[in-house]
Write a protein of this length. Structure first.
Length: 414
């Protein structure tokens, strides 16, 4: 059924891409090329794992033998955000279904449409009623009802750190359901002097401005070694100025509108804050046009880790650019954050890449690339970016219980 659902998603790719573009201001072409095919791949990956969930045989003492069973955890509540409505839906639903769980998915109130479409396709794929359920609604009502529900056995959440705390508290106060939380980030990208400047500029720019900066792993803190700093700044500013901001259905456009008014206003207020804090605005900073929630790709320099714009997740197209001298300094500054979701390094020096990747406290380190996601690669946070892993076979464990079955080998005093 999961395989069939993947086929149906591919057959309807244009329609679904249009729903996510209309709802979230996401680029139609990227939804069509990346997000929607990625959902089909995720379903097939976990469908392939569904009949390979094994327990272990236990080597026990005292005349006992035993084995473990891995059983579905039960009913899963999935509370997801608006920036990647399709990716998030299947990142949670596919491993949960493969593990044998049923789900109640609550999409973000800003982006409810594709989730409803997926519920419809699930029916066509033959998934029985009651297995994959979609409940739309607001966070404080529908989301809170899921986290506090006595009959929900596990909650998987992606969203803000603030809401993650509330969900964990509600889970603790109700039935102590386990939660997994993928929260915010303020991810560092370290670019060393030996980097190819064009390639580094491409990676850094895409890492930050992909999906208009509404991406939890955004490379929002870019540290550049002093030898190439000036040249790299120039390239990044050129790229920002060349970005076409506009209608997400226009194939010439690189950046669509922010998802809603609240987000749009929040980003602009962070930009004003950055200026007041004394950061230098290199480019951008303004609303594009008179209508819609369009914001120029924005780059600040002369920033440090004490400034709000470098500390807090802005979740919009705003980059903080900083200069460093030594690797040790870069590692220290990269780790100077309460978050630990993602990170990146650009260098040709293997020793530097190895040392930095083992020193950064983050769930992923991308070397000479960024946002290089794959369904086989576990993904999640250190520190206040949360815990638990989505994607990869590790994600299956979030939806499984371990049961030990024990019996004496012979008649025994047990
Ligand atoms: P963002 O800041 O990215 O909008 P949020 O953390 O506010 O992310 O929202 C992510 C998801 O959490 C959404 O589906 C939202 O409805 C839900 N949510 C918001 N508040 C609560 C809450 N108190 N309890 C449960 N879910 C919530």
């Amino acid at each position: 059924m999961m395989m069939k659902l993947a086929d149906l998603i591919e057959e309807n790719v244009e329609e679904i891409a249009a729903l996510d573009a209309v709802n979230g201001g996401k680029l139609f072409t990227l939804c069509k090329a990346i997000d929607i095919p990625g959902a089909a791949r995720t379903l097939r990956y976990y469908a392939g794992a569904a009949d390979k969930i094994h327990g272990t045989v236990l080597k026990m003492s005292k005349g006992l033998q035993g084995y473990t069973l891995r059983e579905p955890i039960g009913v899963v509540g999935s509370i997801i955000p608006w920036n990647f409505p399709t990716t998030m839906f299947f990142m949670k639903a596919a491993p949960a279904l493969a593990a044998g769980c049923t789900l109640v998915v609550k999409p973000a109130e800003q982006t409810p449409l594709s989730a409803l479409y997926y519920a419809h396709l699930a029916k066509l794929a033959g998934i029985p009623d009651g297995v994959l359920n979609v409940v739309n609604g607001f966070g404080e009502t529908a989301g809170a009802a899921i986290s506090a529900h006595m009959d929900i056995d596990k909650v998987t959440f992606t969203g803000s750190t603030e809401v993650g705390r509330k969900i964990m508290a509600a889970a603790a106060a109700s039935n102590l359901k386990p939660v997994s939380l993928e929260l915010g980030g303020k991810s560092p990208l370290l670019i060393f002097d030996d980097a190819d400047i064009d390639q580094a500029a491409d990676i850094a720019f895409r890492g930050m401005f992909y999906n208009k900066g509404e991406i939890c792993v955004a490379s929002s803190r870019v540290y550049v070694q002093e030898g190439i700093y000036e040249k790299l700044v120039k390239k990044l500013v050129e790229k920002a100025k060349a970005t076409v901001v506009g209608d997400p259905f226009d194939p010439q456009v690189n950046q669509g509108p922010q998802t809603d008014k609240k987000q749009f206003e929040k980003i602009l207020s962070y930009i004003e804050h950055g200026k007041r804090e004394g950061a230098t605005l290199l480019t951008g900073g303004k609303h594009v046009g008179q209508k819609g929630y369009y914001i120029e790709p924005t780059i600040f320099t002369d920033v440090n880790e004490d400034m709000i714009i470098t500390k807090e997740e802005i979740f919009g197209p705003v980059m903080s650019l900083m200069k460093f001298k030594t690797m040790e300094e870069a590692i220290k500054r990269a780790n100077n954050t309460t978050y630990g979701l993602a990170s990146g390094i650009i260098t040709k020096n293997l020793n530097v890449a190895n040392t930095v990747s083992r020193s950064i406290r983050a769930g992923v380190v991308w070397i000479n690339c960024y946002t290089a996601f794959d369904v086989d690669c576990p993904y999640g946070g250190y520190k206040m970016s949360g815990f638990g892993r989505d994607f990869g076979l590790d994600a299956l464990n979030q939806y499984l219980q371990i049961k030990s079955v024990v019996t004496p080998i012979h008649d025994s005093p047990w």
